[in-house]
Design a protein around this ligand. Structure first.
Ligand SMILES: Cc1cc2nc3c(=O)[nH]c(=O)nc-3n(C[C@H](O)[C@H](O)[C@H](O)COP(=O)(O)OP(=O)(O)OC[C@H]3O[C@@H](n4cnc5c(N)ncnc54)[C@H](O)[C@@H]3O)c2cc1C
Ligand code: FES
Ligand code: FES
Length: 491
């Protein structure tokens, strides 16, 4: 058992014991390390001013991913290399990304600039080719209020389209060896007073620790829990971070299902989900910004029980099951049965999600899912609709239809499902009963995102749109962009 966390910083191992579990990475940087180049804007993961980059071994390859330091716990650095804005320039000059930002006039007041440069640094170290779409996507989690994005995008295209060649590439082998040496397979328990930050290394170790401390807070990516710290000033004295658990971040594909470990990040889930259906890929691309996708996990998204979480409706429509573990006991539960009431899930004290088993779309069926939000990128849904329609020729044999944002939980539209069975794709009039049935399935609420009437209308329109697309076999008439044909982004 290790009683400290360890991470790599500027080529050296930093070891911290006696850890206050609530310390965010941003507080550590600004108040303890005094690296104040990383800024605090919103303190809720939206503006990207606090973006830093973490290097981690993915398999045996070093991968650089941007994260929001304001909603990441310091303890989550364990086993990673941390790169901040102070580390990019060398005595010989600025980093190529910084050079391009200067040359293209990509900064005015400069407040957003460190975060933008760090997002571009991660893009610079990512896959090639890099297109304008990829640049826009990489910057969706960074707000700039004064420069305007044109010069920033031009700087990115100038810097990030050629093969990466910088000091980080030159010392890559050394960094990889240092990170491999940090991966000691030990459970971590860093205590301070009555509190602790624990990072178990195995599933059995979490099961034992969580059973003994069922009031502790589980943390996966911390993109939700982090807001409890920064906005609610919650006292989370005992935290169990799942990010070191071996195997909990694996993706296993079988002939009928995709099994995602609970800590698979949205960034890594995207490719596998996109392979099941392009709409799932686009849903994941629109999930937060890259920083949120790099930290946030599939298990955390379902466990938080949000009625407007994006994954739940899509996965319910596909017929997903959860594997939950409590001590030695493992049980399977249909995802739709996990959500009992607003923010109340079927999860006993000491129980956690270990895997999310996504059934692949059935042969001969059509799948569609749509997210409706005020902004296209980096926004939470007002309504999310998912439709899995089994066909017999031009007749609808059955359908699984699920919505988010329409009730206190993500929920199936059972009245609409019953009403659409036997309808014909060639007769839109036969869809009417299902559209009307939605008003029996849901009594939506009004809030800042949308009025109840808007939600009810959008839910009908999404079902109509899905059936129209499935009937025509195309998407162009119904979409602003032809997203189902867009190539995979370089993430
Ligand atoms: C700026 C921003 C943008 C966002 N955009 C979106 C969006 O577009 N769509 C969307 O759906 N959400 C969005 N979110 C919400 C959030 O990012 C997601 O819900 C994310 O998937 C949460 O995962 P996490 O790993 O960070 O969870 P955490 O914050 O670590 O945990 C969330 C909750 O789940 C519990 N938990 C975590 N893992 C487990 C487990 N394995 N078993 C049991 N309990 C567990 C935790 O105790 C906690 O209660 C956004 C958040 C932010 C800050
Ligand atoms: S300060 Fe805005 S995302 Fe962190
Ligand atoms: S340069 Fe001022 S906010 Fe971007």
């Amino acid at each position: 058992m290790r009683q400290s966390i360890r991470f790599l910083r500027r080529g050296r191992v930093v070891e911290i014991g006696g850890l206050d579990a609530r310390t965010t990475l941003l507080d550590y940087l600004r108040l303890i390390e005094r690296s104040v180049g990383t800024k605090e804007g919103c303190a809720e993961g939206d503006c990207g001013a606090c973006t830093v980059v973490l290097g981690r071994l993915r398999g045996d390859r070093l991968s650089y991913e941007p994260v929001n330091a304001c909603i990441l716990l310091l303890g989550q650095l364990d086993g990673a290399e941390m790169v901040t804005i102070e580390d990019l320039a060398s005595p010989e000059g600025l980093h190529v990304v910084q050079e391009a930002m200067v040359a293209r006039h990509g900064s005015q007041c400069g407040f957003c600039t460190p975060g933008i440069v760090m997002s571009l640094f991660a893009l610079y170290h990512g896959d090639r080719p890099v297109s304008r779409d990829h640049v826009n996507d990489a910057l969706a989690g960074n707000l700039c209020r004064c420069t305007g994005y044109r010069p920033i995008v031009e700087a990115a295209l100038e810097a990030c389209t050629t093969p990466p060649q910088d000091a980080f590439i030159a010392r890559r082998a050394t960094t990889e060896a240092a990170l491999a040496a940090l991966d000691d397979g030990e459970d971590v328990l860093a205590e301070e007073g009555d509190g602790f930050f624990a990072a178990p290394a195995s599933e059995a170790a979490i099961a034992e620790l969580y059973e003994a401390h069922p009031d502790a807070t589980l943390v996966a990516g911390c993109t939700d829990v982090g807001l409890r710290l920064t906005k609610d000033l919650a006292r989370l004295d005992q935290t169990i971070w799942l990010g070191r658990v071996q195997g909990l971040d694996s993706i296993d594909e079988g002939p009928e299902a995709l099994s995602l470990g609970a800590t698979v990040s949205h960034l890594h889930a995207r490719r596998a989900l996109a392979a099941l259906d392009p709409d799932l890929g686009e849903l994941m691309r629109r999930f937060g910004g890259v920083q949120v996708r790099a930290a946030g996990t599939v298990g955390g998204n379902l466990a938080n029980g949000s009625p407007i979480g994006d994954l739940a409706p899509a996965l319910i429509a596909l017929g997903t099951t959860l594997e939950l573990r409590n001590g030695e006991r493992i049980r399977s539960l249909a995802l739709e049965d996990f959500f009992l009431a607003y923010r109340k899930q079927d999860r006993a004290p000491g129980e956690f999600i270990r895997r999310v088993v996504v059934r692949k779309p059935i042969a001969g069926a059509a799948f569609r899912c749509f997210k409706v939000s005020k902004r296209l990128d980096e926004d939470i849904s007002a309504v999310m609709g998912a439709f899995h329609v089994a066909l017999e020729g031009r007749r609808i044999a059955s359908a699984r239809i699920a919505y988010g944002g329409m009730a206190g939980v993500p929920k199936r539209a059972s009245a609409a499902e019953a009403a659409i069975a036997c309808a014909s794709l060639d007769e839109p009039a036969s869809w009417q009963a299902a559209l009307e049935a939605l008003s029996r399935d849901f009594t939506p609420l009004a809030d800042q995102r949308a009025s109840a009437a808007y939600r009810a209308l959008v839910a009908q329109n999404l079902l109509f749109k899905a059936l129209t697309e499935i009937a025509s076999g195309g998407t162009h008439e119904t979409r602003i962009g032809a997203w189902r044909e867009m190539p995979d982004a370089a993430e």
